[in-house]
Every structure is written in C-alpha cells, then in structure tokens.
Design a protein around this ligand. Structure first.
Ligand code: 4AD
Ligand code: MG
Length: 432
C-alpha cells in the first residue's frame, strides 16, 4: 500500500504514489476531469481525477463527493506552480470514509455572526487555518524566547482571591463558602516567582468580565506575563521589544504559507523586526492628541480612538511611558522625580491596533505598597502574602503582560480579536 502522508509533506514525495486522509472543501467537474479541493488539516491542495486514468466507479465517486465528506485519496504528487501551496495530487484511487450532507458553510460569503455560530465548522476554512497556524507559532516562539533568555516557566493559579487589575472586571465564583475569582492576571504570583527564581513567566488563560462590546476585548484570553528580579523598567522595555521582534521574525520564518492564506503582506511585518521601538511619554501623547483635535485631558485614560491615533503616527510599535497614577493599578512604582506618574509603559502596535503590552516597574517599599492597596479599595490583609515579598529582601523588579490575541490580531491584520482564538468568549457569546 502507498505511504500515508500529510499534505504539508507533499514536497518530499514528488512523483511518488501516496495515500492521504482528506476532506473535500470544493469541487469542479466536467465530463472528463474533476478538480477536488482537498484539505487534511495540515494544508490545502488540489486533487485531479482524469476520467481516462481511473476506473469508472472512481470517477463517478469523485463527481458525487460532497463538501466536507472525508475519504482516502491515493495518487502521485506533482508540482503545481499555480497554487499557493505549490503541489497537487493526480488521483488514482478514492475511498469514502464519512459522507457529508448540506454542509452549512458554502464557498459563498457568510456574515460574521453566522460564521461564529458555526465556529466548530468554520475552523476548517482557510482563513482560520492560517490564523491558528500563526497562533501556534507565536505560542512556540514564546516558549523558545523565554527559555533562551533564562526564564523559568512559572504557572500561577487560575482560582484566586486577589484583584490585581481592579475589582470591576472580576468573574466571581462560589468557592465552597468563600468568594473567589477567575484570575484576571497572574502577575502578583509571578512577582513571588521572580523573588524565588530570578526571571519567570506565565502563559495561560485569564478572565475579565468586560461589559463592553469592543473589537479589542474578550472575556477569556491568553496572557504571557514575564517578571524579572533586579531589573528596572528600562531593561524591561528592552526585553519587550526584543520579544516582539522575535515573535514577528518567527512568523516570517515559519508561517509564509499561512500568511499567504490570510493575505498578509510579509514586507509590512519585516519593519517590526527592527529594534529599538520608539518611546514617547504619556505627556507627549496627550499633546499629540490635543494638537490633532482630540479633547483628551491630562489624566484621561486612552480609549481605542486615542490609541489608534497614536499608533498610526509610527511605523513601528511605540511605547507610551509613564501614565498618571489615577489610571493605573496599585502595584506600580512611582516615578523617581514626579509624584503623579508611574514607571510604566504600554506598547501600542502599529497600523492602528493599539495596546498589546502593559507593564511596569513594581513598588518595592512595604509601607508605600500597603497604602496603595488601601487607596485602591482593597483589604491589605488579603494581600499580606504579596506584601511579604517587600519584607524579606525586597529588590527592584519589573514585568509586563502581552495579550496573545492582541498580538495575533495585529500580526495577522484582523479587525477583531474573536478570530484570534479557537472559541472566543465575549459578552454575548459562550457557544460553541
Ligand atoms: O494591561 P493589562 O491589564 O496588564 C496586566 O494585566 C498586568 N498585570 C500585566 C503585567 O504587568 N504582568 O493586560 C495586559 C495585556 C494588554 O496589554 C492586552 O494586550 C491584553 O493583556 N488584554 C486583553 N486582551 C484581550 N481581551 C481583553 N479583555 C484584554 N485585556 C487586556
Ligand atoms: Mg493595560
């Protein structure tokens, strides 16, 4: 029997007879020839069935195959310079495995809500395929990068009783007879990790009860949160830009086929592999906005329109430094010469995408931190373990959080985060 392969490996089997388990995505037939569009989950290519080369019943089967029916295809691999993929299979045999009737997602255009309702099937299409390949690459590149940089992967709990990013967006759960929340950030635990292991990072799902319906917010998303002991904010910014440039380079190195399928120009991405990235202060950002007709005042947080405007002014990702204390969380370190701002930065992605990273140096002083916790309306007793970190050899430390789906949305040039995750969770969507 012919060797079983995946479509993605076709290049290694040119002129060989192979056998592949596939699904049909589309088909075109004439009296003498059928073109079967095939996918096997690893790639998409074409099968050519020539009537005069196969038994009558095989040609008939090819003609009657329906969209998303599954079957074994046997044939010889040829180069096919006209397709994105570059190869096709000249079919000699077909063997039906699972029939399919009235597949709901047809080659015509469908509305986004229809597609999201059928996300369990939509994932089979080329665009989600390309995006998920790039997501996969970003995940693996993240592990490679932090491993190379000497970080320890350190998993924070998902069930917690702390609220590092504020209490308004917590998902509450009954934890026996106590209150608990789904984690909105692993950061406080990563800080404990940094004091134990020097450089650590987490990579896992976090949850925010975002009541707003925006293209930039999911209620469940994946975050990468590095934390580094004996490091200041400027060093953290250097790690951040190095990491982002590494991610983009990894996609350029390993995802050319996926980029073609989603129609993303690699030339644009190449600009983002060059560091350093520009830095502007929050004050400068405010001035820039005001000069261009925004009525944003000093002390206001940036919404999507402001972030989009600022990031549109730069060819590369841009760091906005040192935000007012009133709009950032309690754990950040005060600026050394100004009492009204923190040593923090958001990284805004270009092409109008806005914030992809939030980070800061952390407060190291026990008393200052305790009073910030109180000011944030939190109970310092509940954070006694976190305050402990400032009692026993407190050191300068800094860290940041990258939202994986924000990074994917930007790198893939999507217009909404919902396409960046297999099964998006949003205000009005829990199924499938
Ligand atoms: O800016 P955030 O809230 O920062 C933190 O959680 C810090 N504890 C990170 C740290 O310093 N360790 O969130 C970090 C990133 C944002 O920049 C954004 O990319 C992403 O998480 N993010 C979201 N992504 C999708 N949906 C949401 N609702 C998001 N909220 C934040
Ligand atoms: Mg933020």
């Amino acid at each position: 029997m012919a060797t079983q392969i995946n479509i993605i490996d076709a290049k290694n089997h040119v002129d060989e007879t192979v056998r592949i388990g596939v699904w049909l995505t589309d088909k075109r037939s004439s009296g003498k020839i059928s073109f079967l569009q095939l996918r096997d989950g690893t790639a998409y290519f074409q099968g050519v069935v020539v009537k005069s080369n196969v038994p009558e019943e095989i040609f008939e089967l090819a003609k009657h195959l329906k969209q998303e029916s599954s079957f074994w295809v046997t044939g010889v691999i040829h180069e096919d310079s006209r397709s994105h993929f570059g190869y096709e299979i000249e079919v000699s045999d077909l063997e039906l495995v699972g029939d399919s009737e009235d597949y709901p997602i047809t080659p015509k255009e469908h509305g986004i809500e229809f597609l999201l309702d059928h996300r369990h099937l939509w994932l089979r299409s080329k665009r989600p395929y390309g995006i998920m390949q790039i997501r996969n690459e970003l995940i693996h590149a993240t592990y490679r990068f932090f491993d190379q940089e000497g970080f320890l992967k350190f998993d924070p709990p998902i069930l917690t009783d702390s609220a590092p990013e504020g209490t308004t967006e917590l998902f509450h759960i009954d934890y026996f007879d106590k209150d608990a929340y789904l984690s909105q950030s692993g950061q406080l635990y990563e800080e404990a990790g940094a004091m134990a292991f020097d450089k650590v990072y987490s990579f896992g799902p976090v949850f925010r009860a975002e009541k707003s319906k925006t293209r930039r917010h999911l209620t469940e998303f994946w975050m990468i949160e590095p934390e580094m002991a004996f490091m200041h904010q400027e060093q953290s910014l250097e790690i951040q830009e190095k990491y982002i440039a590494y991610l983009v380079q990894a996609v350029l190195d390993h995802c050319q086929y996926a980029l073609k399928l989603i129609d993303r120009d690699p030339k644009i991405l190449e600009k983002y592999t060059k560091t350093p990235y520009p830095r502007i202060s929050y004050d400068e950002a405010i001035a820039m906005l005001q000069k261009n007709g925004f009525d944003t005042k000093w002390g206001d947080d940036f919404g999507s329109p402001e972030e989009t405007f600022i990031s549109d002014q730069f060819e590369q990702p841009v760091f906005v430094l040192n935000y007012p204390k009133t709009i950032k969380p309690f754990y950040m370190k005060s600026h050394p010469t100004r009492d009204d701002i923190y040593l923090c930065a958001d990284l805004l992605a270009p092409e109008g995408y806005g914030e992809i990273i939030g980070g800061s140096e952390r407060e190291t002083d026990y008393e200052i931190l305790k009073s910030s916790i109180v000011k944030a309306g939190l109970d310092p007793d509940e954070y006694s373990w976190y305050l402990d970190l400032r009692k026993y050899g407190s050191v300068p430390h800094a860290g940041f959080g990258l939202g994986l789906e924000r990074a994917i949305t930007w790198i893939c040039h999507l217009d909404h985060l919902r396409e960046a995750i297999p099964f998006p969770r949003m205000l009005t969507r829990m199924r499938p």
